[in-house]
Each structure stands twice: as structure tokens, then as C-alpha cells.
Design a protein around this ligand. Sequence first.
Ligand SMILES: Nc1nc2c(ncn2[C@@H]2O[C@H](COP(=O)(O)OP(=O)(O)OP(=O)(O)O)[C@@H](O)[C@H]2O)c(=O)[nH]1
Length: 472
Amino acid sequence: MRALLLLGGLVFTAAVLGTLSRPLNMLASFWPANAVMLGMMVRSQRLGSSAVAWSVGALALVTSALLMGDAPLKALWLSAANLAGVLAGWLYFQRVPRRAALLGDQLSPLYLLFGCVVAAFAAALVAFAMGPVLFGSEPRRTFLMWFTSEFMNYMLMLPAVLCAPRWPDWTWLRSPPRVSCVSLAPAAVLVASELLAHLMGGPGALGFGVPALLWCALRYRLFTTTVLCLVVGTVKSVTLSMGMMAYTPEVMEEVASMRVALALLSLGPLAVACTQTLRNELLGRLQHAATFDALTGVLSRAAFIERSERLLARPEAFPVAVLMLDIDHFKQINDRHGHAVGDDVLRGFAERLQARLRPSDLFGRLGGEEFAMVLPGISRAEAQSVAQRLCEATRAQPFALSSGEVGPLHATVSIGIAHQGRLLPERAVDELLRRADVALYVAKRQGRDRCAMHGEETVDDPAGGAAPAAAG
Ligand SMILES: Nc1nc2c(ncn2[C@@H]2O[C@H](COP(=O)(O)OP(=O)(O)OP(=O)(O)O)[C@@H](O)[C@H]2O)c(=O)[nH]1
């Protein structure tokens, strides 16, 4: 219901705005209603496939035309042409891969271009027959002007509607991004280029803003780029049509050609913005894959070591505890129940322990069934009690398994703790992991399902001579 109201309200408002801009003269022909309706239908599959939604859109177009003073026959015919374009565009976008239709693909600008041609062509086809009846103009002229005006409107407006963020994603409205001189530079250069174009005039002035738009496409989000292209295109078409630039197209063919040029201007920046968005998304996924362990979701070995090194280089992290955790007899779980069950236990174990850590703690999987933690700002006694709680949490409940063939499985963990009160001069991570490993060896030797603190009792240190450690 909310979506229907939004559709009706937006199409109606856009149609009223379009009608109000009619006196601007032929070149501007600002008509956002069709692109708004098409964009919403393409974005929401529920709206697009609902006969009620199409009726609401049609009603909004007809009522706005009647309210703005069009005769009933004219209102119906204009709305029929508009609807024919929207319907043809929607049918076309249904055949385009969804991701590409929503500007999430490198080829999106080309799909968009073709979709706008289809929609504009369908609208012009219905409209040109009424040219002589309603406007007293010849059909060829009506077709050319209708097609180019629709094409320009779709090309400028549709990208912004297709990639506008959904309402809950508008977090930047509540906490706007920090604006700096560097971030404003592309927009400032765009304004300067457009002013220069205005001062110099001539048909070539159309392209003055392109370098700045390309810069914006590289620097800003896709939606911001589409809005900038829309604003630049609309301002250009209005200033040209009002004779505010030194060059103003006069004959019909010049106007039509100018509209097509205005529409195509945004294609380059759009292509760059789409590619950039795709690239950032892929980089984000790559970064995530390198940072987090694919099975358990905790930090990967490399990311854990890197973040631990950064943390342990800061004096305020001390006193600190480094824990080495190893699930007991994990090989038996694999051997008895299979690798998939072993994976379930690893996942459940990591999830259960992660829930018991503070945001400032680091938790990583070093490999196999071996995990490690860095707990900054913690005393020796606190570290010991945290480790004990982690042992209890592992032991307390069996781990749920995704396959129903085996019931929940019990598992236990052994933990070695290394505690360090003051900043270590160098190689702190290696040293503390080594000590924690020594303590883990003690915990395993003393019967497993327990924790051991390095430095409390002398034990054999496999890494080099005798080292102190004790069971917790
Ligand atoms: N399911 C699963 N098993 C893994 C994975 N990585 C390593 N393993 C297995 O983990 C087991 C580790 O066994 P061991 O190192 O002998 O240790 P353990 O059986 O836990 O014995 P203790 O540590 O002495 O208690 C091996 O069988 C590995 O094949 C993994 O990603 N998934």
C-alpha cells in the first residue's frame, strides 16, 4: 500500500512539475513523470507485475493532465503515449539481467541507452498520430520532437531513479559524510566548467563539463554522479531553450540534435561511475576474503597477526593477554563423523566464543582447529578467569550440526595464556604467541579441557630450554 501511494504521489507530482515547465519552450520539454514511473516499476518487481500499480500510475498521469487544464481527449491521449513508453521500457528491462538493469554492471550504460531508445520510440509512435489533431503539426515533426524529448528525459532522469538509495540506507542523512576541500573539488570544477561554457557559448560549450563529470564519477557514489548528470543536463537544456547561452538552436532539426547530444553527454560519466562502483565492490569482497576466515568468520591468520602487531605496538594496550586455543581431539570428530561435521563444530565454536569477547579484543583462526586471541587492557587474574569462562562455554553445551544425521556434539578446548604487563621492545606478537603455545602444550599434557598460564610453573619449553608455566 505504501509503495502504491508513493508511486501515485511521485508520478502525479512529477507530471504537475512537467506541465508547469511547458512555457519554457520546446527544447527544455522537462517531463520527469515517465522516467520516475519506469524507474520505480523496474526497481520493484512487485510493483512492475501489479495491475493495480499500473492503474495507479495511469490515474496519476490522467488526473494531473486534467487538473492542469488539458481537455479530456488531449489528457487521455498524452497519458496513453506516456504509458506506452513506460510499458515498452519496462518490458525491455524485464529481459535485461536484473543487476545490469539497476546499474550494477559495466554494460549497464549501454543497456540503459537502448532501454531509453525503446521507451522513447514507443511513446513517440503513439503520440505522432495525434500531432495533426491536437497540435496542428505534421506527424514527422511530432515524432521527431516527441522522440528526442522523451529520450533526453529518460536518459537524464532514469539513472538517478534506478540507483537512488532505499530509505533505510539513507544513513548519510542522519550522519552526513565529512565534507572537505578535496571531496568538494570535483563538484567545484564542474560548476566552474559550466560557468565557462555559459560565458563562451557555441555548440561546443555542451561538452565543457565532461572532464569534471568524469572526475565526479571517479570520486563520488554512483547516485551522486547520476544526480549531477541530471542537474547539468537539465540546466543546459533550460538555458539553451531560454536563449541564455550565446548559441541557441532554432530550427527543429537543431533542437532535436541538441537534445540527443544533451542525453548522450551523461553516458561517459555513467560508464565510469558504474565501473568504479563495480570495482569498489569487488575490492571490498577481496578485502573481506583476505581479512576473515571463510569457514568461521573470525580473522584470518594473516589479518590476526597484522592487527595484533599494530595493537601490541601501542603502550595503552598493556597489560595484555594472548590466548592460544585448540579444540581437543578434533581429529576424532572428523574421523568419526566426517569433515562436514568437523566444520560445523569449528563454526559453532568460533561463534560461541566471539559472542563472549569485547569489541576491542582480537580473535583469529591460526589454522585447522587452532585459534588465538589478544585481550588488551586485562590483568593476569582477569585473563585467567576469561579463559576459564571460554572453556566452560565450550564444554557447557553441545554444538548444533547442520546435517540431521548426527545429534549435537560435545567438544572441549584447551587454552594457553601469555600475560604481559609492559610494552615489549620488539616482535611482541611472535613472543607472546610462542609463550601462549608453550602454556597450551602444558594444558594439553595435563589432561585437556583446561587453561594454563605461562610463567607460573616450570615446564619443558619445546621452543628452547626450560620455561615456566602452570595449569589454570
Ligand atoms: N573439519 C575440518 N577439519 C580440519 C580443518 N582444518 C584442519 N582440520 C583437522 O583438524 C585435525 C587436527 O588434529 P590434531 O592436530 O591431531 O589435533 P587433535 O585431534 O585436536 O588433538 P589434540 O589437539 O591433541 O587434542 C586434523 O584431523 C585436520 O584434518 C578444517 O578446516 N575443517
